[in-house]
Design a protein around this ligand. Structure first.
Ligand code: PMP
Length: 388
């Protein structure tokens, strides 16, 4: 018997499909469909049209170091960082990419010396985002190679550390681990937005990566941006994008500019539906529900996050990450396999340099998927309680 009461689950509009109660739910990927309901309510405010003769050229602004960056996107990126207060833009160059995935490759290329005796080691503290090892070693570059967990790395010579904060998969706030003189840093701040975490300072690192995917939810537009302090590094990143894709889609850039503009407006005009407040409420509702269900038994556990003062909201709050980093407390060797048996697809902890007793499950899924996730987790928890 399912004893869970789901009546308090918020009604969510804009979900894409109707799932049957025994459907497999995919929480392996972090597809940010959660935000779709906000954009449905916004209506035509973000709609833009292109005529056949518009945006034809490769070039967007030949006076800019990043010559394919649309000036409107540049302006709206700067405006939004100023409104939110999460990152310094005044003394940084902006490089746009096809998602921040593209920019991770560009930053690796730009930061690793071309003439080193061996490939530069790339590290990140475990648990790390599973795409970093994949992206680093995919082309077997002579410039860089994946060297695993930053916490155990002790090799001499130049190396590059990726700092993800808040971290994917476990949502923790991070600083660089290995503080050597020959260290280069990439700060991946994809989740440093108020819907996920309190904004505690205006980040001012050398290379900071952001993405529309996690900020606005428009993963399909494939727009990411890097804020880069050093001109030569920004130039090299631009070169990488020039050689790999000769720039970034203008349609996607202009659409993103429009969306960022609408978000900034929503924050500045009282009474309009503040995007980040909406996101915070939705994430908080989901986390509350998940913690409540998991708290009923001892089968799974979740990380705890400290209360921090958020400069954007002016309130104390805790992080409510885009992923649930779940730990299985019972004698189940492979937590991912166990969940798959319950038709829940989540990513195995071993993919993040951790262990198979952990999984990462997306909290950004559709309302229907989340409802099924809670129902199934709840059932399993209560069955175990009855058994014990
Ligand atoms: N960095 C982190 C930490 C991420 O979680 C993601 C998306 N899952 C990315 C980068 C890449 O985002 P995108 O390519 O969609 O911009």
């Amino acid at each position: 018997v399912n004893k869970c009461s789901l009546s308090s689950t918020p009604k969510e509009n804009g979900t894409m499909t109707s799932l049957s109660s025994d459907a497999v739910i995919n929480l392996d990927i972090g597809d940010p469909t959660l935000f779709q309901s906000y954009w449905s309510k916004i209506g035509d405010k973000c709609t833009i049209a292109f005529s056949g003769c518009q945006s034809i050229s490769y070039f967007a602004n030949t006076k800019n170091l990043c010559w394919f960056l649309e000036p409107e996107l540049e302006e709206q990126i700067k405006r939004m960082h100023r409104v939110v207060g999460n990152a310094a833009v005044e003394d940084h160059h902006i490089v746009v990419g096809t998602g921040s995935t593209h920019l991770i490759h560009a930053a690796l290329f730009a930061l690793c010396p071309p003439d080193g005796p061996e490939p530069t080691s790339v590290v990140c503290a475990a648990p790390y985002y599973s795409c970093y090892p994949e992206a680093t070693d995919f082309l077997r570059s002579g410039l860089y190679k994946w060297a695993g967990d930053a916490q155990t790395f002790d090799k001499d010579g130049p190396y590059l550390e990726i700092v993800t904060s808040p971290n994917n998969p476990d949502g923790t706030i991070r600083e660089a681990i290995v503080k050597g003189v020959q260290e280069k840093l990439i700060h991946d701040l994809a989740y440093y937005w108020p819907q996920y975490t309190p904004i505690t300072c205006c980040a001012h690192y050398d290379v900071m990566l952001f993405t529309a995917s996690k900020c606005t939810g428009h993963a399909g537009s494939r727009i990411g941006w890097a804020l880069v302090k050093d001109k030569d590094v920004a130039r090299k990143m631009t070169k990488f994008i020039e050689v790999t894709t000769i720039g970034v889609s203008k349609e996607a850039q202009l659409r993103t500019a429009k969306i960022l503009g609408v978000i900034s407006d929503s924050c500045l005009h009282p009474g309009s539906n503040n995007f980040f407040e909406y996101g915070r409420r939705r994430m908080a509702g989901r986390w509350e529900k998940l913690r409540e269900v998991m708290g009923r038994g001892k089968l799974f556990s979740l990380p705890e996050y400290p209360q921090e003062y958020c400069l954007f909201t002016g309130e104390y709050s805790e992080s409510q990450p885009g992923f649930a980093w779940m730990k299985c407390n019972e004698n189940i060797e492979d937590f991912e396999k166990f969940l798959r048996g319950h038709k829940i697809l989540a990513r195995n902890g071993s993919r993040f340099g951790s262990d198979p007793r952990h999984v990462r499950a997306s909290m950004l899924c559709t309302g229907e998927e989340f409802k099924l996730f809670i129902e199934r987790t709840c059932l399993e928890t209560e069955e175990r309680l009855l058994q014990n």
